[in-house]
Design a protein around this ligand. Structure first.
Ligand code: AMP
Length: 148
């Protein structure tokens, strides 16, 4: 019985857990570091996706990446915030998953990532999957099955 449940949870698609794109704070290619920092601070998130106009994902930008970039030898070089763009600092290697990917794959990728970017078959960004929602599902699963 337990094995059947285990298989089902691991093989289910992640679609239902995804925070949809219209609820995801993001920035666009060409945005200044100044704008990105504003989005990050106002949203309270440590990192957000960088998209193009067609909603394809190009990278992730974080407060840490921006602050590292403007860190000079003697002072913070704040002028760089207006002079430089997100593509100059963004992280371009990051895990991404198709919306029909399995929960097992999401669980594996989330070990090293607080959130995963989800895209459709055409490569268009559809939302994110957070480690929090993955863990919440695992917790509910164990709670429901702990006496079986
Ligand atoms: P949480 O699980 O809510 O702590 O989120 C973990 C990380 O996922 C945050 O630090 C953000 O980088 C990202 N994140 C979560 N929700 C959103 C959202 N609505 N928009 C953009 N990024 C998000």
């Amino acid at each position: 019985m337990m094995d059947i449940h285990k298989t089902l949870i691991l093989q289910q698609e992640v679609t239902d857990l995804v925070i949809p794109v219209d609820h995801v704070a993001h920035v666009q290619l060409g945005n200044s570091l100044d704008h990105a920092l504003l989005v990050l601070i106002k949203s309270g998130y440590s990192a957000v996706p960088v998209l193009d106009r067609a909603y394809r994902i190009h990278g992730l930008v974080s407060k840490t990446l921006i602050l590292d970039y403007i860190l000079g030898n003697e002072r913070m070089e704040y002028e760089k915030l207006r002079e430089h763009q997100v593509e100059e600092v963004m992280q371009t290697k990051f895990p991404r998953m198709k919306a029909n990917g399995t929960f097992f794959r999401a669980l594996e990728l989330s070990i090293n990532q607080p959130f995963l970017c989800i895209e459709n078959q055409e490569g268009v960004f559809t939302g994110i999957l957070t480690r929090r929602s993955i863990l919440a599902l695992v917790y509910r699963y164990f709670k429901e099955h702990k006496q079986q």
